[in-house]
Write a protein that binds this ligand. Structure first.
Ligand SMILES: Nc1ncnc2c1ncn2[C@@H]1O[C@H](COP(=O)(O)OP(=O)(O)OP(=O)(O)O)[C@@H](O)[C@H]1O
Ligand SMILES: [Mg+2]
Length: 414
């Protein structure tokens, strides 16, 4: 999505790190691979075990920029590559390695999501050429900044810090006051509160979205998005609690691709991301132009904001991260003060959500957005400012300022 996520090329500074992962059938081609991968970020992570090993490694969350995977021991290599491509998401380039020299297999692997297929045995320069081609070929799904969609992720460093409150009310503000066409996506398919807070029916099929992302299409999404008001649609589930719903980067990519291609011309997506998802699968946030992390001003908040920032920075530009202080009480009644929090985390607080139990309780009881009942309260105003800043909205002048603009325009000075 961003400079940090762009594939490295031989001309970039070589940095250590897992830019390239290789899960080979056996370690025979390891030396050739090391030589070929050298210009793409230093030593690759190499293991044996093929597609199965690649899945194992991807369980830990982040995906590499290039994944080289042996397919010769896989019973159904094409399905294996398709599943890997779904799991990794569209920003990872997969290079398959096998021994069968067959153009039909090559085409099938490409159709399943492989950027390249290299027949073994191979020389370092032939493999290097495959790396170059994979780097040059644009990924299937474009970065959201390039596609023009504004995706904003909100998560919490502590449970209950106010992340969903921010996500829901920011989405509302952007739709109601800024003319945006917004999809609010609650990635907590079981405990999410986006639909409940706005008194909407939960979306159907949220579990299906994450368990079978390949089945998501624009028709499915159009049925699952629930209209909340003009310009605002909500995707929020209430799935049964008996089994866990695993959120993967591949499913989120697919979801975002389909949401932005519905007939609703959605231009802004707010992702409400449970912190467990942000921590376990930071790649789910990689298409966001801004990632807001909400924390209370407390010692636990310092610890977990620091840890979460480190994890999220593995997948996103560090400067996309915004630290928001939540539930900030008047008269320094927080556990620690803002300056201490900033020293402890080494990060600047870029927004503050004032404590407002009274209006939030009323909004909750009535199933309304905060702005519908207390638009001028400090919390509603802070959320509006934050939403406009991260979404790049020029605030619309209101009242006397708007009148002044109109007069200036009328007399040709605007
Ligand atoms: N600024 C605030 N002032 C007072 N109460 C607040 C404030 N922000 C949120 N709350 C309340 O705290 C509770 C938790 O808020 P919210 O669901 O937004 O947090 P969260 O960070 O999304 O939590 P979770 O970890 O469950 O996802 C809600 O009852 C909400 O009304
Ligand atoms: Mg929440």
């Amino acid at each position: 999505m961003s400079a940090a996520l762009a594939l490295k090329t031989p001309h970039d500074d070589v940095q250590p790190g897992a830019v390239v992962w290789a899960c080979l059938d056996d370690l025979g081609p390891a030396d050739v691979l090391r030589a070929a991968a050298q210009p793409y970020g230093g030593a690759p992570l190499i293991t044996a075990g093929g597609i199965g090993a690649a899945f194992e490694r991807l369980q830990h969350g982040a995906s590499p920029r290039i994944l080289v995977v042996g397919i010769q021991n896989a019973p159904d290599p094409v399905s294996g590559i398709r599943a890997l491509a779904e799991k990794c998401g569209s920003l990872t380039r997969i290079i398959a390695l096998g021994t069968v020299n067959d153009v039909a297999l090559y085409r099938a692997l490409r159709g399943a999501g492989a950027a390249e297929y290299v027949v073994l045995p191979t020389a370092a320069d032939a493999l290097g050429a495959a790396f170059d081609d994979a780097a040059r070929n644009p990924p299937a799904a474009t970065d959201d900044r390039e596609s023009g969609t504004c995706t904003i992720a909100v998560t919490g460093a502590l449970g209950g810090a106010g992340a969903s409150t921010l996500a829901i009310n920011a989405a509302w503000h952007l739709a109601a006051e800024c003319g945006r066409r917004v999809a609010l996506i609650d990635l907590d398919a079981q405990f999410g509160r986006a639909a409940l807070s706005l008194d909407l029916d939960p979306s159907h099929g949220m579990r299906e979205i994450f368990e079978h992302p390949e089945r998501i299409d624009s028709l499915f999404i159009a049925g699952a998005l629930v209209p909340a008001r003009a310009g605002l649609w909500v995707l929020g589930g209430e799935e049964p609690l008996d089994t866990r719903v695993e959120v993967t980067a591949g499913a989120v990519d697919r979801l975002l691709d389909e949401i932005t291609s519905t007939g609703e011309a959605i231009d802004t997506v707010i992702l409400d991301v449970p912190r467990t998802v942000a921590a376990a699968a930071p790649d789910t946030l990689r298409r966001a132009r801004a990632v807001a992390i909400v924390s209370e001003l407390s010692l636990a908040g310092i610890r977990d904001t620091g840890r979460l920032c480190g994890r999220i920075a593995e997948a996103c530009d560090d400067d996309a991260i915004r630290i928001i202080a939540g539930k900030v009480a008047e008269r320094n009644r927080s556990e620690i003060d803002a300056a201490e929090f900033e020293r402890g985390t080494g990060r600047r607080i870029t927004g503050t959500l004032p404590w407002d139990l009274k209006n939030l309780s009323r909004a909750g009881r009535e199933g309304k957005a905060l702005a519908e009942i207390a638009a001028s309260a400090p919390l509603a105003r802070s959320i509006a400012r934050l939403a406009e800043e991260v979404a790049g909205v020029q605030p619309t002048p209101s009242g006397p300022a708007r009148l002044l603009d109109m007069v200036k325009h009328a007399i040709g000075k605007g």
